[in-house]
Design a protein around this ligand. Structure first.
Ligand code: HEM
Length: 327
């Protein structure tokens, strides 16, 4: 059954209105130091802890996909509320990414108290970090308010998992307005960061009845991963670079790796196997400028998902707690 024209109109005008009300100059008068403070905090944190960029990018993705880019993921659980942050899917998000937002917020509260939202800090810091590690620059529209709710149960079914089929992943992203091309570009975020051994163990141990190792994996790469992850059941901190060739640089090497069997996660290698994603993965492998253009467009779109404006949210005093205690 098709949607009624009225419904389409309402949905369109809602998304257009939030789009129109986010602006790149939102803090120009109320906090002119905003951009510089966030940039400095990001540079300092990334220099001290080089895993920050990837951690923050994943944090941003997980925040936006669940109830929108509203900083709901930054809130800590309380005695009466299990927050998004403590949902299983978010347990591995690195503390350094949260710490960056806390630090930037602390300086902003001293400079322009009660003005800058945590969700805007997260959106801006993510862009700064992507650029800092070699990725594209894109404009960040600002003016988000922070969420008034954060519930671990809201995460269910909103984030992609490796257990999902490609069709399920396509449907999930389509429901948030992303095309397959945009999805393939967004997963290109795996050009930086780590994955824990348990996330790809099924590719290197007991993969199938006939083969211990996933045959789509480069054999030398698989050998190295087996060695690295030998104790992964007892030491769950063991992790491998998502992009084994240029792990700390945001570039299109991730897609080039796939062609050599160097994709780490099942979802990575599937991008080259699935006929719907393959043409885009091939295109991005061949042309970094093309990848950067589609990625910029897609992450900018991600950064506008279900943003709260007006009285739909608040400017939190601290990013890990609502202004009013919730009962
Ligand atoms: C669509 C399917 C996707 C799946 C199944 C998936 C799954 C995963 C998994 C299992 C990890 C390893 C986590 C860990 O071991 O700690 C990971 C890491 C990561 N993912 Fe994805 N992901 C997907 C898409 C995305 C997208 C769209 C983005 C960004 C927009 C993204 C950004 C990242 C980043 C940056 C890391 C590295 C995190 C770090 O080093 O701390 N992923 N992903």
């Amino acid at each position: 059954m098709g949607s009624s024209p009225l419904l389409i109109l309402i949905v369109l005008s809602l998304s257009v209105s939030s789009y129109a009300r986010l602006t790149t100059t939102y803090y120009a008068k109320s906090c002119p130091q905003f951009a510089q403070i966030v940039r400095e905090a990001a540079v300092n944190k990334q220099t001290a802890t080089p895993t920050t960029a990837a951690g923050t990018l994943r944090l941003f993705f997980h925040d936006c996909m669940v109830t929108g880019c509203d900083g709901s993921l930054l809130v800590a659980s309380s005695a009466t509320n299990k927050a998004e942050r403590d949902a299983d899917m978010n347990i591995n998000l690195p503390g350094d990414a949260f710490d960056l937002i806390t630090r930037a917020k602390a300086i902003l509260e001293l400079t322009c108290p009660g003005v800058v939202s945590c969700s805007d800090i997260l959106a801006q810091a993510t862009r700064d970090l992507i650029k800092l590690v070699g990725g594209p620059f894109y404009e960040v529209r600002l003016g988000r308010k922070d969420a008034l709710f954060s519930k671990a149960t809201d995460v269910d079914g909103k984030l992609p998992t490796q257990e999902m089929t490609m069709e399920q992943i396509f449907a999930l992203f389509a429901s948030r307005g992303f095309s397959i091309e945009e999805l393939v570009a967004l997963i290109g975020s795996h050009t930086i960061g780590f994955s824990h051994c348990k996330e790809f163990a099924n590719r290197i141990y007991n993969n199938s009845l006939t083969s211990d190792v996933d045959p789509t994996l480069n054999p030398e790469f698989a050998k190295g991963l087996k060695k690295l992850c030998a104790n992964y059941r007892t030491d769950n901190s063991m992790a491998a670079f998502n992009d084994v060739v240029t792990p700390g640089t945001f570039d299109n090497m991730y897609y080039q790796n796939l062609k050599r069997g160097l994709g780490l996660l099942t979802i990575d290698q599937k991008l080259l196997i699935d006929p719907k994603t393959r043409p885009f993965a091939e295109r991005f492998a061949a042309n970094q400028t093309d990848f950067f253009q589609v990625f910029s467009r897609s992450i900018e779109k991600l950064s506008r998902l279900d943003v709260k404006i007006g009285n739909k949210g608040e400017i939190r005093h601290r990013c890990d707690a609502f202004n009013t205690k919730q009962i």
